[in-house]
Design a binder for this molecule. Structure first.
Ligand SMILES: [Zn+2]
Length: 366
């Protein structure tokens, strides 16, 4: 990462010293660097720590902990100003009753501009928010790596892209999805497909990028891509290029087991893969999967990889055109990048305040 930032800074300096520098070029350079510089490891670790605290009781489907997690995610997406996908007043898509009771997928989106032919094309970035609960009041499966880690990275990317969307037009739609009941047999993602929500809104699903257990690795520094051999070459080579760009080892693409929500989409002939740093390690589905073991650096690398993938490899954002509002406000500011940094700071502070509010109210209701 530092190498890339250094190269960008040098390029920026060269541009400033060359003749014919326009205000717009300067804005362009500031903003082009902005998204990479926004990834905040501490913020993601805070989310993991919070969601894997005992108050969430291991987030088993249909429990209070599951509902608390839904409230947290619903509030976060509202804070980021994402568009709702159902006609409800919140971001929930109810997953109806089954053995464990009702649950909900949490869904929000950023929409494409009508400037482009690809207006209906849609990418999903997702993570399952549930875990397996507790075996006794004192023995809680906190599920930090599985899968508060995936949730934290998805939230981080959603927040940063919501800021990017105020500056650049989107060529495609992106949906951020937090699946319910993955641990009960991928019931949330299956329900999502069954409802036909996408075709109702004339959205055509191009690719699903799912995150599961991205908080620590086996010490090998190799990202595993479940379903990676089953996706078209375009997406696989994009992954390799993105990894190369941010300076990590070539990802290990392997064929899928039915080990996460990407499988739901592969079964429906939609390209999908799950990124995993460590699956089924010694802490997997044990009381030892706790936040202290999470490597924030790995959360940061994962978020950067996804931003690189979406923005530069999978053609989500058009970085050659500015939205006029952004140009106007940028012109009145000495540092557009600085301004966005402070706006992000405010957003996350607000989010954490609201999370705490829910957390305290939940405690009082006990
Ligand atoms: Zn699991």
């Amino acid at each position: 990462m530092s190498r890339k930032i250094a190269v960008s800074l040098i390029m920026l300096l060269c541009l400033q010293f060359s003749s014919g520098q326009t205000a717009q070029t300067e804005i362009s350079d500031n903003l082009a660097n902005t998204w990479q510089n926004q990834v905040n490891e501490t913020r993601m670790l805070q989310i993991v720590k919070f969601m894997s605290s005992d108050e969430f009781g291991g987030r088993r489907t249909g429990t209070d902990g599951d509902r608390l997690s839904q409230s947290l995610l619903d509030t976060a997406l509202d804070n980021f100003g994402l568009k709702k996908l159902t006609n409800r007043t919140d971001y929930r898509q109810i997953v109806p009753s089954f053995a464990d009771g009702e649950s909900a997928n949490i869904l929000g989106s950023l929409r494409s501009s009508n400037l482009y032919d690809s207006i209906n094309e849609t990418i999903i970035l997702s993570a399952n928010a549930d875990h397996i609960g507790m075996i006794s009041p004192t023995q809680i499966y906190n599920g930090a790596n599985d899968n508060a880690s995936g949730v934290s990275v998805t939230l981080e990317v959603a927040m940063i892209l919501s800021e990017v969307s105020k500056i650049y037009p989107f060529k495609k739609n992106i949906i951020f999805a937090f699946w319910a009941a993955e641990e009960r047999g991928r019931l949330g993602s299956q329900h999502f497909l069954k409802t036909g929500l996408l075709s109702e809104q004339n959205l055509s699903l191009e690719l699903v990028i799912n995150l599961d257990q991205v908080g620590y690795d086996r010490g090998d520094g190799i990202l595993k891509v479940s379903g990676g051999l089953d996706v078209p070459e375009l997406y696989a080579s994009g992954l390799t290029a993105a990894a190369n760009e941010i300076g990590i080892s070539r990802p290990n693409l392997y064929s899928t087991g039915r080990n996460s929500d990407h499988q739901t989409f592969l079964d429906n002939n939609t390209p999908a893969y799950t990124l995993i740093w460590e699956s089924n390690g010694p802490n997997y589905h044990t009381v030892n999967d706790t936040w202290e073991k999470i490597d924030p650096n790995l959360l940061g690398i994962t978020a950067e990889l996804i931003l690189e993938l979406l923005i530069n490899q999978y053609d989500l954002v058009d970085t050659t055109i500015f939205l006029s509002a952004a140009i106007e406000t940028s012109n009145s500011s000495s540092s557009s990048a600085g301004r966005i940094v402070s706006r992000l700071g405010v957003t996350i502070t607000l989010s954490l305040m609201v999370y705490r509010m829910f957390f305290l109210r939940h405690r009082r209701e006990q």
